[in-house]
Design a protein around this ligand. Structure first.
Ligand code: PYR
Length: 368
């Protein structure tokens, strides 16, 4: 299939967003069926996909009143980056499935919003140069799917560093594809190439299935890979896909500069708990030695609040941004980022929290 035959949307327009759940329904109308299923779907019964969102309902925010709060402040910091909001773009492959502008459209939306950060996926359909046109001076992190060949890993890291990445995210939970029924049924293959990882694939990525690509990537990932990436790149390294507190500890011992709690959006091991359910235990073990980024299931301001109150320093948003991209190109992405800012500020005001630090000091109550 050619990109043209695939027929990704190309609208560019601001979106009036009421909630991001509705956004998914709207995006389904404009993204070609196979691409929509790939982006929206999870693995197996999609238990973990659903649980990621539902598990936020097991914890409650007790509203505090007469708390002397006005115009809540959402600014925060991670490493050297002063951010306007405590959320960033999660690494997601193949934005071109959602919109013709690919990752460059997402990048521009984040830049126009300002004060956030983009995680660039190794499985990007756009080149670093194309993404850079959208991002310009916006900070970026690079998420690596490693080759089995360390020389090629070095060249990918060189390129990411030359592009201005200030941290590397090592995704460790995807050494083989999850059981993605929707993709199997649709015989899903990517309709365009993946220039960053093409150097280690037998093809370019185009017309290849995810399993074919994962199979050619490094599967035997160990904590030593954290050391390798850190020593070679000289950049801070996150281990992404952490669900077990023991793995967080082992990663820190191996030199990880950050822990990225994630279920990969419910796309890998189905039957895993919701990402949010494991966050408090991981935060306890990490004990503020390194920052925690959290993803999987963020759809509302309340979810951002609850993640921060449970030990996350930053949250990463995935599917809602891609659905915004599909519906409105870079302006749609900007609209999604703006929506989360509005929503988080409302939640902060109603919860009686002025700052991100206040959120972090908030005790949630168990609703089970
Ligand atoms: C995914 O499809 O989940 C990837 O990370 C490529």
């Amino acid at each position: 299939m050619t990109e043209g035959q695939y027929g990704a949307p190309d609208h560019v327009k601001k979106l009036g967003i009421f909630n991001t759940i509705e956004l998914e329904d709207l995006a389904k109308e404009v993204i070609p069926h196979g691409g929509f299923d790939y982006l929206a779907g999870g693995s197996g019964d999609e238990f973990t996909l659903r649980r990621n969102v539902e598990s936020f309902n097991f914890k409650g925010i007790v509203p505090r009143v007469a708390a002397n709060v006005e115009f809540p402040e959402t600014n925060t910091k991670i490493f050297e980056h002063e951010l306007k909001v405590p959320y960033i773009m999660a690494p997601i492959a193949a934005h071109g499935l959602a919109h013709q502008s690919k990752e460059a459209g997402t990048a521009r939306g984040i830049r126009e919003f300002g004060g956030s950060l983009m995680s660039i996926s190794a499985y990007s359909g756009a080149t670093f140069e194309e993404i850079d046109e959208g991002l310009q001076d916006t900070p970026r992190w690079f998420q690596i799917y490693m080759s089995k060949d360390d020389q090629l890993n070095k060249s990918i890291l060189d390129e990411a560093k030359a592009d201005g990445a200030t941290a590397i995210i090592l995704t460790a939970d995807a050494t083989v594809g999850g059981n993605r029924h929707r993709d199997e049924k649709n015989h899903f293959v990517y309709p365009f190439s993946m220039p960053i990882v093409a150097r280690y694939l037998t093809g370019t990525g185009k017309d290849m299935s995810l399993n074919n690509i994962y199979g050619q990537s490094k599967q035997k990932i160990t904590m030593d890979d954290i050391r390798f990436i850190k020593e070679y790149s000289g950049l801070p390294v996150f281990l992404k896909g952490v669900q077990a507190p023991e793995d967080a500890e082992a990663a820190i011992q191996a030199g990880a500069d950050g822990i990225w709690v994630s279920t990969h959006g419910g796309r890998q091991l189905d039957g895993a708990p919701g990402s949010f359910e494991m966050l408090p235990a991981i935060a306890k073990v990490v004990d503020k030695r390194v920052p925690i980024v959290f993803d999987s299931g963020i759809r509302r301001g309340e979810h951002i609040f609850k993640a921060l109150a449970s030990g996350a320093d930053i949250v990463a948003i995935g599917r809602p941004v891609l659905f915004g991209l599909a519906l409105g190109g870079w302006q749609g992405v900007q609209s999604v980022f703006e929506y989360f800012e509005r929503d988080l500020k409302r939640v902060m005001q109603l919860a009686g929290t002025q700052t991100i630090e206040d959120i972090k000091n908030t005790q949630l109550i168990d609703l089970r």
